[in-house]
Design a protein around this ligand. Structure first.
Ligand code: HEC
Length: 130
């Protein structure tokens, strides 16, 4: 009995050691694919990628789930920055396209929505939507 136990404990300890080593390796690196600011939080581009891109497109050109932001409909004069905050907080009833409604997006602060909006505005300006 006790002769069987020792190897089992040894195997368990070995497994834990390996798990700790893997965790240690992950925690120590910062080479994540998403853009991050110097203090490690996501910037506007990274937040957009994490929360909006799956419907509005990684290139802001839309998907089958949501409309493109690189469209004159979303120029600042027609959809001001406030409409982004309202869309995230309250969701959107479809009115321009046929994608259906947008559900509210959970987990973003007003400040983070402002960062996303600023990123979208930069990308719009880059293609002449202003
Ligand atoms: C699950 C898909 C989905 C996600 C995720 C999503 N959207 Fe939308 N979004 C939509 C759809 C669908 C519409 C409705 C388009 C229409 O008017 O017909 C929309 C519309 C909008 C509008 C236009 C609002 C208006 O007043 O017309 C804004 C602004 C917007 N989304 C911002 C965002 C932002 C910012 C994020 C990320 C934080 C986001 N969306 C994430 C699907 C999505």
């Amino acid at each position: 009995m006790s002769r069987l136990r020792a190897p089992r404990w040894a195997a368990l300890a070995g497994g834990l050691g390996m798990a700790a080593a893997v965790l240690g390796a992950c925690g120590g690196t910062s080479d994540t694919a998403a853009p991050v600011t110097s203090n490690g939080t996501l910037d506007g581009r990274g937040l957009y990628a994490a929360y909006c891109a799956r419907c509005h497109g990684g290139d802001l050109k839309g998907t089958t789930q949501g409309p493109p932001f690189l469209d004159a409909i979303y120029r600042p004069a027609h959809h001001g920055d406030a409409s982004f905050l309202i869309a995230v907080k309250n969701g959107v009833r479809p009115h321009h396209w046929n994608f259906g409604p947008m559900a509210p997006i959970e987990g973003l602060t007003d400040q983070q929505v402002a960062q996303i909006t600023a990123f979208v505005r930069e990308e719009q300006q880059a293609v002449g939507i202003r």
